[in-house]
Design a protein around this ligand. Structure first.
Ligand SMILES: [Mn+2]
Length: 319
């Protein structure tokens, strides 16, 4: 059954519900929170989060004085709108009742049970929310502008993975919401980098194993927390592709990042980690330049499998 709908249909279907819950994945990022916030401003209802939010999201929540329900009671709402989430694992596999999806990931494993869904392969969910609301004639408050622009900036890695569409959307949002770009940047930079995070970055760097494939550098490491930020850090200090593991009991969680040049060479991290996830009975996925994996297994073994896959792509002869 194809339950995909157009932006216009998604909009009118949503207006039929009285008390929607806009539900974000665990460790919710600004794309999830900013999109959920803007949707709630238009459709009413509540913003929900599984477990917790990330560092920048909590700054955003404070700045915009958002009310967020943590691990909300789904049964209090006539529909759950799953925002920016591509697998049930990201929702701790909680049992959903009636739900729909708005998302931008290339793969989404929750479509089948959904009442309807709006999936567009753009760089952020915030862009989809903007276009849908813009097309239906809504104006954007300063708060909505800040929320959506922060989502676009963080999901594009500060525009490192931006497309023309992400930039056009940001420009339109700046214009329509009267937000100044500097204000958004200030919010992002005022985010405190706490000492435990800085120590994690230094440990990630210290424990790095470097693999060379001709002129390409693949770095692997492990930390007990902040593995996403650590993977970005390794790319920022010289790696073309990075994989950083965090062992959690029998499980291992891996974050990975790739430079644009590696992506252009054919490295598609989302696809690679999705496949490794499947072979190991876990889940993986994401974007070409930023992806994650969660499987049962030994960190060194899984990391070397990741490296092997990327090396093969990087060393492939040009046709
Ligand atoms: Mn997103």
């Amino acid at each position: 059954m194809d339950n995909s709908v157009s932006r216009n249909e998604f909009y009118s279907l949503l207006t039929e519900f009285k008390n929607p819950l806009f539900l974000c994945h665990r460790n919710a990022d600004p794309d999830a929170i900013g999109s959920a916030y803007s949707l709630k401003e238009v459709f009413g209802g509540s913003i929900g989060v599984i477990d917790s939010v990330d560092r920048i999201s909590s700054t955003l929540i404070n700045r915009l004085d958002m009310k967020v329900l943590y691990n909300p009671d789904i049964s209090m709402h006539d529909i759950t709108v799953v925002v920016d989430t591509s697998t049930g694992v990201q929702l701790n596999n909680i049992k959903l009742e009636k739900y729909c999806i708005i998302d931008h990931h290339t793969t989404n494993t929750m479509l089948e049970g959904a009442e309807f869904h709006l999936i567009e392969h753009r760089t952020s969910t915030a862009e989809i929310v903007y276009t849908m609301l813009h097309e239906t004639g809504h104006s954007f408050s300063t708060e909505m502008g800040i929320a959506l622009i922060t989502g676009i900036i963080t999901d594009t890695g500060h525009f490192k993975h931006a497309t023309a569409d992400s930039l056009y959307t940001t420009a339109s949002l700046l214009e329509e919401s009267k937000v100044s770009y500097g204000e958004v940047l200030e919010l992002l930079s005022s985010t405190p980098h706490d000492i435990s995070m800085r120590i994690a970055m230094l440990k990630a760097a210290m424990r790095t194993k470097i693999e060379r494939a001709n002129d390409w550098i693949i770095a692997t490491s492990y930390v007990s927390s902040f593995n996403g930020t650590a993977a970005s850090t390794l790319v920022n200090i010289g790696a073309d592709v990075s994989f950083v593991a965090t062992p959690i009991g029998e499980m291992v969680r891996i974050s990975s990042r790739a430079r644009r040049t590696a992506i252009e060479r054919g490295v598609t991290l989302g696809k690679i980690l999705e496949e490794i996830g499947k072979t190991h009975g876990g889940t993986g996925g994401g974007h070409n330049g930023a992806a994650g994996l969660e499987v049962i297994g030994d960190k060194d073994q899984i990391l070397s499998e990741c490296v092997k896959r990327v090396k093969k792509i990087l060393l492939k002869r040009n046709l």
